[in-house]
Design a protein around this ligand. Structure first.
Ligand SMILES: [Zn+2]
Length: 489
């Protein structure tokens, strides 16, 4: 069972909505939109300028003058199998880890980070097994404490790189490992040189970077950059940083080191995606994510949310890099394994992420989805829904259902039927089945010539008769026999 489907409310399930055929709609958010055949909507064909082949540039990308921005050139370090293992509900056996690693590789993340092989014998065996999987795209990293004992174990597992971390904030120096900055620098240089000597990548990160002394941090990063570390890492371990602070720290660091910059943002105060995006704007190169954001406490930047954000800035680039239609499958896989539901309002895959309700929204969406959608659901293998059995519904949305049911109704008849749906929905939300009955009974009676526009009371009688078990038309005594036969044919 798909976790995203488990929680769909009974009254407003997807069966009660109109799935909109994506092939007939055109998104214009895309950086390059090839608008070949704009559909005729509500009988109005688009004008030549709108319907012709057009090229548009997204206004949501980096500023052209911002030459340090990596918004169009970033890499994902997917840490579900490291940070995600620290989620309260997570326990991944090797089989599950391999399934998740395979799915992430198919999705196309550049790196997969694994729990330290020094953590337990099982962690070490799992790390070795995943390294032997022969993943196509993703490089394997493992995440270790800045300690030679851990480094010696890590380099023997077959990983492509080692992520080294140590706490540099006064809190961690005083209450965690108790080491001073001179000791941290000496150990860091020793570990980095050792990992480099094995011919694999090495990253050095401070922990709790935003509550560390800036002078200490920059001194340390400069020292490790000088001996050829591949990346330095900035980590908001407690989720305290805001985007402006992230921009300032990363931009300052960008001017101090020449290596890549990795960033890691916890989501305690809801800034993890915004902070990741801002870090890229400031010149960071790598972003840590986990599927559904799972991790220590309430987790880190979620893979799906980051991808949605980056797609908005560079749709073509993101579509080329990642297999976006796999997102839902990966999230369901992880959600099932850690026994959680995909949140109803999740980025991209939440059950209402592409559901439109208000009549005025539905009308505009049917004309051009970009009016109320920044993400094109088709690019993520998702479906757009228009909810119609409620008091806010509009006749354009109802008309799309009439067309799906292949009923021939004039616009005036659709508007008339819509009035009945709204009237009934004012008392109780109508299911899709209820809506279909109203439309079918209306259509049948109108075709038979027994229902005219505005005959609300007669329509009520027809619906009542239908509920009582007959077809709702024969119940009306004055139906001419010829018309009755035609209807029944
Ligand atoms: Zn973390």
């Amino acid at each position: 069972m798909c976790p995203g489907e488990n929680q769909e409310p009974k009254v407003v399930s997807k069966e009660d909505m109109v799935g909109i055929d994506l092939s007939s709609t055109v998104h214009t958010n895309d950086a390059v939109s090839d608008v070949k055949a704009a559909p005729a909507v509500n009988g109005v064909k688009k004008d030549a300028t709108h319907a012709g082949s057009v090229t548009t540039t997204t206004p949501y990308g980096p500023h052209p003058a911002d030459f340090l921005s990596n918004v169009r050139n970033f890499k994902i370090i997917e840490s579900t199998l490291r940070e995600g293992e620290q989620f309260a509900n997570a326990f991944f056996n090797l089989e599950t880890k391999m399934k998740i690693a395979r799915a992430l590789d198919d999705f196309g993340v550049e790196y997969i980070e694994l729990t330290s092989p020094a953590a337990s014998p099982e962690s070490r065996a799992d790390c070795e097994a995943i390294c032997k999987m022969g993943l196509k795209r993703s490089k394997i990293l493992t995440h270790i404490r800045c300690h030679m004992d851990d480094a010696r174990i890590a380099v023997e597992t077959g990983v492509d790189g080692v992520d080294v971390v140590i706490g540099t904030s006064s809190f961690l120096r005083e209450f965690s490992h108790g080491k001073d900055m001179a000791y941290i620098e000496k150990t860091a240089l020793e570990v980095i040189n050792f990992v480099k000597s094995k011919g694999i990548e090495v990253r050095f990160s401070s922990e709790d970077s935003f509550r560390s002394d800036l002078v200490d941090l920059l001194h340390l990063y400069r020292a490790v950059d000088k001996i050829g570390v591949n990346r330095v890492g900035v980590a908001d371990t407690v989720g305290c940083a805001n985007p402006r602070q992230v921009y300032e720290l990363v931009r300052t660091l960008r001017g101090v080191v020449s290596c890549d910059i990795e960033t890691h943002f916890h989501n305690d105060t809801g800034c993890a995606i915004a902070n990741a995006y801002t870090a890229l704007e400031a010149g960071a190169t790598h972003i840590d994510t986990s599927v559904l954001g799972i991790g220590e406490r309430n987790g880190i930047t979620p893979l799906g949310g980051l991808v949605a954000r980056m797609y908005t800035a560079d749709p073509e680039g993101v579509k080329a890099k990642y297999n976006l239609s796999m997102l839902r499958e990966i999230e369901n896989l992880v959600a099932e394994n850690v026994e959680i539901q995909v949140p109803f309002n999740n980025y991209v895959t939440g059950w209402c992420a592409f559901t439109h309700k208000a009549g005025i929204h539905a009308k505009a969406i049917l004309n051009n989805p970009s009016t109320y959608e920044i993400l094109n659901p088709a690019d993520f293998g998702m479906t757009r829904y228009v909810s119609i059995g409620h008091r806010l519904t509009g006749w354009n949305a109802v008309k799309s259902r009439v067309e799906q049911l292949k009923l021939e109704m004039t616009d005036d008849q659709v508007k008339d039927a819509t009035n009945k749906i709204k009237e009934l929905a004012d008392v109780k939300t109508q299911t899709m089945e209820d809506v279909d009955v109203i439309l079918r009974v209306y259509h049948r009676a109108a075709q038979a010539g027994v229902l005219g526009l505005g005959e609300s009371v007669k329509l009520d009688q027809l619906l009542e008769a239908h509920r009582e078990g007959n077809n709702g038309i024969d119940a009306i005594a004055d139906v001419p026999a010829t018309k009755r036969q035609r209807t029944e044919a």
